[in-house]
Write a protein that binds this ligand. Structure first.
Ligand code: CO
Length: 346
């Protein structure tokens, strides 16, 4: 499996929460040769099973979310501009003047803004929110706009993937990086565990897809794969970053949604150290992941989070270090090869 070709394809596909079909189709084709069962559940989660190489195996759920943050068209103005809302967490300050693609026909547009020539000094300092902004698709009337797009259509940032040598940049590495890692894990299997791979929907609007997937699978343990915040660019004072590029996979101890099972965290650290794979512990307390829902399903599921550090997530372009992604795949492969029920012994 060519992981970089897959990441490029996934990065350039639109997949705002609730509209993950294009991403799901790419993943379904990519993983089909490596799995024993594949299904799409009621909410749209893509769930694949890879049988174990041993009898009576642990049931391990490994999950990554397919959806990305984006925009939704709420109505067209009489002049043909599109009013929109955000789907998921996007900083208002990054919206103005960005190129977007709208709806299933990928209609090109731009988030309109007055040129600087016309702005007074007070206006230049004001942060424009979604209520002040419109998507301009070149239509000049409501009727013309409505021929091209409909209420409820999603819009994504119009971003081309690029290989920067040791790093790559592209849209939606949160969590297409995780999806790529999970696909690569399936390609490298099978393992001495029954691997339940979940490509989940609707993470960015409240961790919804993973919750029902975990309920259906009822796993012995779960690992959520993420593209997580790397804020190593602009260092202030003596603060250390949440995670850094080039330092290996980020392991979570606690975020706003979950306290990672200490047995699994210890196991992942031991696995990395034995295999000589660098790792970093993500600064506790930041962000939330699907593990936040998975660990609360049924009578509880021991859960962990392993993430590829990514700069500028939830914006038009994110950037990651290739080695971090390779190391994340290596760590997860090693973990799936050596995990046993003893890890969960009390
Ligand atoms: Co994410």
């Amino acid at each position: 499996m060519d992981t970089w070709a897959l990441l490029k394809q996934l990065s350039e596909a639109p997949g705002v929460s609730g509209d993950e079909g294009a991403v799901r189709a790419i993943l379904k084709e990519a993983i089909a040769p490596y799995v024993d069962e594949i299904r799409v559940d009621a909410l749209g989660n893509l769930i694949a099973v890879q049988r174990a190489t041993v009898e009576d195996p642990l049931r391990v759920m490994v999950e990554a979310h397919m959806d990305e943050v984006g925009l939704m068209v709420i109505r067209a103005d009489k002049d043909g501009y599109l009013q929109f809302q955000k789907v998921g967490g996007i900083d208002d300050r990054i919206l103005p003047a960005k190129a977007v693609r709208v709806g299933k026909d990928a209609i090109p547009g731009v988030i309109g803004i007055k040129p600087i020539h016309l702005l007074g000094s007070a206006e230049r300092k004001k942060v424009l929110g979604v209520d002040d902004l419109r998507i301009d698709i070149g239509a000049s009337s409501r009727e013309e706009a409505e021929r091209l797009v409909k209420r409820g259509d999603r819009a994504v940032f119009d971003t081309t993937f690029a290989d920067l040598g040791p790093r790559v940049k592209g849209k939606a590495f949160d969590d297409r990086a995780g999806c790529t890692v999970l696909a690569a894990l399936l390609a490298a299997g099978p393992y001495p565990v029954e691997l339940h791979a979940v490509f989940a929907v609707q993470e960015e609007i409240g961790l919804r897809g993973a919750r029902v997937a975990a309920y259906g699978i009822d796993p012995d343990l779960a690992i959520a794969l993420e593209g997580t915040v790397a804020d190593d660019l602009l260092k202030e004072k003596d603060e250390s970053p949440t995670t850094e590029l080039g330092k290996g996979p980020a392991l979570t101890a606690m975020d706003r949604s979950v306290i990672v099972d200490p047995r699994l965290l210890r196991f992942l650290i031991q696995t990395a150290e034995q295999a000589g794979i660098p790792y970093q512990i993500k600064q506790p307390g930041v962000g939330g992941t699907d593990a936040g829902r998975i660990h609360l399903v049924r009578e509880g599921v021991p859960s962990a989070v392993v993430a590829v550090p990514c700069r500028y997530i939830h914006g038009p372009v994110s950037l990651l270090d290739k080695q971090d992604m390779d190391w994340t795949i290596q760590l997860m492969e090693a973990a799936l090869k050596r995990i046993s029920p003893d890890v969960l012994a009390r």
